[in-house]
Write a protein that binds this ligand. Structure first.
Ligand code: HEC
Length: 106
């Protein structure tokens, strides 16, 4: 009985993770923890006119990592407790190879 409950929980939790992961899936092949963090956090400024567009700028991953860790004027610094190194690395690689978003259609 205990075992069955555990299995059910695992199934439920992986179902949730799957749903959360696909909510932002622009390109299912590139979805990763970095992209999720971008959509959830960076995009709130960087795709809302608060910060400049940072996709498709030709920055190397290191640039994203340094600016995210240091902050830049109005942009807050992201600490290891906000985003760990592995996720930030994934985010930096994702942004570095991603094209700029299409301009909004009117
Ligand atoms: C609270 C809003 C906000 C959030 C959240 C935010 N940024 Fe920024 N970001 C800014 C602003 C504003 C600037 C422009 C700073 C300046 O030039 O004075 C900026 C600048 C940048 C730049 C430099 C762009 C350029 O053209 O020089 C990079 C790279 C960047 N942000 C990456 C990120 C990443 C990666 C994240 C998520 C981890 C993030 N930002 C989250 C507001 C934000």
């Amino acid at each position: 009985m205990k075992h069955a409950t555990k299995l059910t929980m695992t199934a439920l939790l992986s179902g949730l993770a799957f749903t959360a992961g696909t909510a932002f899936a622009a390109d299912p092949q590139s979805i990763g923890p970095g992209q999720r963090f971008y959509e959830k956090t960076c995009a709130k400024c960087h795709e809302a006119g608060i910060g400049p567009v940072i996709k498709g700028r030709g920055f190397p991953p290191a640039t994203y990592m340094i600016i995210a860790r240091s902050g830049m004027n109005a942009m807050p610094a992201f600490r290891v407790t906000d985003i760990d190194d592995a996720t930030l690395q994934d985010l930096a690689e994702y942004l570095s190879k991603t094209k700029a978003p299409e301009p909004a259609k009117k």
